[in-house]
Design a protein around this ligand. Structure first.
Ligand code: GDP
Length: 395
């Protein structure tokens, strides 16, 4: 069996275990390293080869796919990662890095429960950092922080340990100040801030593929002095091998982002104003794969062969080919032609996708991004608010 097929099978198995699923987005100010980091994670999870990670080429060991060298421009990718002896399914939703796509970023946030916010260590928090944090928090999506381009502090700016530490702490302070300002009116008691001690902050270099967090440093025994020495001596490959970025970040994702079972009860009241006493509401709170189908479309893309693909989050029930589903705001029903997931940039058809997952459907001809698609007529989800921001021109 080809490697890709094995990964698809493992994803299908994990789709039935919502406790081991993490639906996440990576969001950043433009050029802070979101794409480079995403590629690293895919390479680390075996979805693309390590060598081509920087070139954004999705690859596989199956020959035809190697030859085709599929380019990753996909909105969604699923991957697996072993954490504490258990395999996890990580569904990564891409968020466009440009200001004019603000609406898409917000839509992506509806589908996920955690957002990894990437901030350039040299530039610090920038306007889009603030925007993506606002979008995440408004949707009840938990943020964690990855401070990228730390190699530049060491090799380029020649910062000493204290100077570097102070700079990293000031980035964390700024991000937490933004988070506090955005959550002070929230009526739940969740602490949304990030901290090194909790393990919700990671540092490193997406370009040179190394990363650390407090838990990873404790595990590997590496300290900042050693990191600085290896980075300065241009021993980045060694640094990558000792503390690979993808492991550190994917561990952080599994440990600190909520799974759908923990996230949905808190998120549903924020994003849906229907009657919370109904079985439908209960199905969404419990991520019930046997409940009524409730699917929220967050993106419509075009596939040259399959036509329009509606991707989004399954909040309740199980999606299957042939289902006749209501589409909010339209009369009548649409018939599901195929059900799939995204793997390394390509859609893979599967038999079914249960609650708690990200799915890609064909056949929903009336759906648009933002549609609520369901097996019974229901109050649609809250419309996704576009958070606009001033257009920033980079000098
Ligand atoms: P995005 O716009 O957030 O997706 O950013 P990219 O991933 O495209 O990265 C923007 C630029 O920063 C590219 O030239 C990358 O090679 C570079 N870059 C990304 N991560 C790092 C890093 O950790 N260190 C350094 N020195 N450069 C990086």
């Amino acid at each position: 069996m080809g490697r890709r097929k094995k990964i698809v099978q493992e994803c299908e198995r994990l789709m039935d275990e919502p406790e081991n699923i993490r639906n996440i987005a990576i969001a950043a100010h433009v050029d802070h390293g979101k794409t480079t980091l995403s590629d690293n994670l895919l390479a680390g999870a075996g979805m693309i080869s390590d060598e081509t990670a920087g070139e954004q080429l999705a690859m596989d060991t199956e020959e035809d796919e190697q030859e085709r060298g599929i380019t990753i421009d996909a909105a969604n990718v699923s991957m697996t990662h072993e954490y504490e002896g258990e395999n996890h399914l990580i569904n990564l939703i891409d968020t466009p890095g440009h200001v004019d796509f603000g609406g898409d970023v917000t839509r992506a946030m509806r589908a996920v429960d955690g957002a990894l916010v990437v901030v350039d260590a040299v530039e610090g928090a920038m306007p889009q950092t603030e925007t993506v944090l606002r979008q995440a928090l408004r949707e009840g999506v938990k943020p964690t922080l990855f401070i990228n381009k730390v190699d530049r502090l060491i090799s380029e700016l020649q910062e000493g340990p204290e100077e570097m530490q102070e700079r990293l702490l000031s980035v964390i302070r700024d991000v937490n100040e933004l988070i506090r300002g955005m959550t002070e009116d929230m009526d739940d008691i969740d602490d949304w801030t990030v901290s090194v001690e909790d393990g919700t902050v990671g540092f490193g270099s997406a370009l040179y593929k190394w990363g650390v967090s407090m838990p990873s440093m404790q595990r590997t025994g590496m300290d900042f002095a050693e990191i600085m020495e290896l980075e300065r001596n241009d021993e980045r490959q060694k640094l990558h091998e000792k503390t690979p970025l993808s492991d550190v970040v994917l561990d952080m994702v599994c440990e600190h982002f909520p799974n759908p079972v923990d996230a949905q009860p808190r998120r549903i009241p924020r994003i849906w104003r229907g009657d919370d006493e109904t079985e439908l509401a209960e199905g969404m709170r419990l991520v019930d794969e046997d409940g009524e189908v409730v699917f929220m479309v967050t993106d419509i893309s075009m596939d040259p062969h399959a036509g329009e693909i509606a991707s989004g989050r399954v909040f309740s029930g199980t999606l299957e080919k042939g289902q006749e589903l209501y589409v909010s705001g339209t009369a009548g029903k649409n018939r599901v032609q195929s059900v799939g997931i995204f793997m390394g940039g390509e859609r893979e058809e599967v038999d079914e996708v249960p609650a708690g997952n990200i799915a890609a459907l064909t056949g929903l001809k009336d759906a648009i991004a933002g549609s609520t698609v369901s097996s019974v007529e229901m109050t649609p989800f809250e419309s996704i608010e576009h958070i606009s921001e001033p257009v920033i021109t980079k000098s």
